[in-house]
Design a protein around this ligand. Structure first.
Ligand SMILES: *Cc1c(COP(=O)(O)O)cnc(C)c1O
Length: 433
């Protein structure tokens, strides 16, 4: 139903045909590990990829399948694959793009976990990552591409400062080199931005955050545009014949032979999901589907709450700076106007002007804002990132991301803006009493 309907219709109904599920109105939870194979002739067809019904829930499941189809339609993507966490989505995508001996070129402004994996884990498995220290300088991306670089990785809206990369220009750099642009669109959600509109080849999400928005599930997603040419000479690992992909006559086939329209997610499912195993459970897929139904309404309200809180913070004497494209003199205003006409997200950071002790008192005093390491929840959240979410960052990485110890990060939820502002006000009063 993708071409016929608008985003808000697809987020509620896309990818699901109740007639195929006993006319159930709500997407059923197929809580089963395996599926009967029928006769051995059908089993042959299933195991040679000529038929694609579910076999085993690690590889696919009808509940998860509806989520994947719905997300594909919301992005106009060729295919999607749901995974057990956002970190699985990030690391599987990078491994899949790089293949054996490939490198990744990545922005320095990233989720702390992604950045730390570059130095702490990926070299163990042969994946080397080069860092673009100033992603606002497009020529740094150009200069950073080496002969064996296989993808550029960026976040469309960074955490905690909501900086915005010029996606279209970075996509052009990637495509001139014949390599993939992978965009982590977690903070933006597809309601605010569809990175495929600006040249992204692969989009990844932590669905744990705003995409689901309930704060009740850990999940991840990888989507592919279906437009990238994997036969361009840089992706030998998609062309290599593999025994396990053989046809009924025992002829070996490549990923591109078996999954011509969705090679990236096809390979990711056949190898990374299959052998590294971070499968999303059917129940968790159901929870993500429930969250998606209200995506636009939630994010629109969160963006409005962010604007109200930014205005309050900007006139507060205990606030030394506010960073968000909607804050005064923010350098990302023009890019926000281009890429985020519906709003530049609901993660807002500010500088706390006071002692370390007063900052701790302030954090302990909020009652509506919940002190926790998450974002994109229906509840409003508050945290001191340097000591918590971004604790992995070295001093150099901190400097690159501009993270100082006075930083306080807010993720605006769905509460009344009046109560949110009053809560911050009373916490400032406690801290400075
Ligand atoms: C949270 C987050 C991740 C990791 O996702 P999990 O679901 O926690 O594994 C990756 N990227 C970004 C931008 C995130 O905010």
């Amino acid at each position: 139903m993708s071409r016929l309907y608008e985003f808000d219709t697809l987020k509620v109904q896309g990818g699901y045909n109740s007639a195929e599920h006993n006319h159930a109105v709500s997407v059923p939870i197929y809580q089963t590990a395996a599926f009967t194979l029928g006769d051995s002739y059908r089993a042959d067809r299933l195991f040679s990829f000529s038929e694609s019904d579910p076999i085993y829930t690690r590889l696919s499941n009808p509940t998860v399948d509806v989520l994947e189809k719905r997300l594909s339609q919301l992005h106009g993507a060729a295919a999607a694959i749901a995974l057990a966490s956002g970190m699985a989505a990030v690391s599987y995508s990078l491994l899949n793009a790089a293949g054996k001996g490939g490198r990744i070129l990545s922005s320095a402004r990233l989720y702390g976990g992604s950045l730390d994996a570059y130095s702490s884990l990926f070299p163990d498995i042969g994946l080397e990552v080069d860092i673009v220290e100033n992603p606002d300088d497009i020529s740094e991306f150009e200069r950073g591409i080496k002969e064996n670089t296989r993808a550029i990785f960026i976040e469309s809206l960074s955490n905690p400062f909501a900086t915005i990369p010029d996606i279209e220009k970075i996509a052009a750099v990637a495509h001139r080199a014949g390599i993939l642009l992978i965009v982590d669109n977690t903070l933006a959600t597809p309601y605010l931005l569809n990175p495929f509109d600006y040249g992204a080849d692969i989009v990844v999400y932590s669905a744990t955050k705003g995409l689901t928005g309930h704060g009740n599930v850990i999940a991840g997603v990888v989507l592919e545009s279906g437009k990238f040419d994997y036969g361009n000479g840089n992706y030998e690992h998609f062309l290599q014949p593999l025994w396990f992909l053989r046809d009924a006559d025992d002829r070996e086939r490549s990923i591109l032979d078996v999954f011509p329209n969705e090679p990236f997610t096809g390979r990711l499912r056949a190898l990374h999901l299959n052998y590294l195993g971070a499968a999303l459970s059917p129940f968790d897929a159901y929870l993500v589907l429930l969250g998606l139904e209200t995506l636009s309404e939630r994010v629109a309200k969160q963006v409005a709450n962010a604007k109200a809180v930014i205005e309050y913070l900007e006139q507060n004497e205990h606030v030394s700076w506010v960073r968000h494209p909607y804050a005064k003199d923010n350098p990302y205003k023009a890019l926000a106007d281009k890429y985020f006409p519906k709003g530049a997200g609901a993660v807002v950071s500010f500088g706390f002007k006071g002692t370390e002790e007063q900052k701790r008192k302030f954090l302990a005093a909020t009652k509506v804002f919940s002190y926790q390491a998450n974002i994109g929840d229906a509840r409003s959240l508050i945290i001191n990132p340097t000591e918590t979410t971004h604790v992995e960052l070295t001093h150099k990485q901190r400097k690159l991301t501009g993270l100082s110890t006075d930083t306080i990060r807010l993720s605006l939820g769905l509460e009344s803006p009046k109560d949110l502002i009053a809560d911050l006000q009373q916490a400032f009063e406690v801290a400075f009493s």
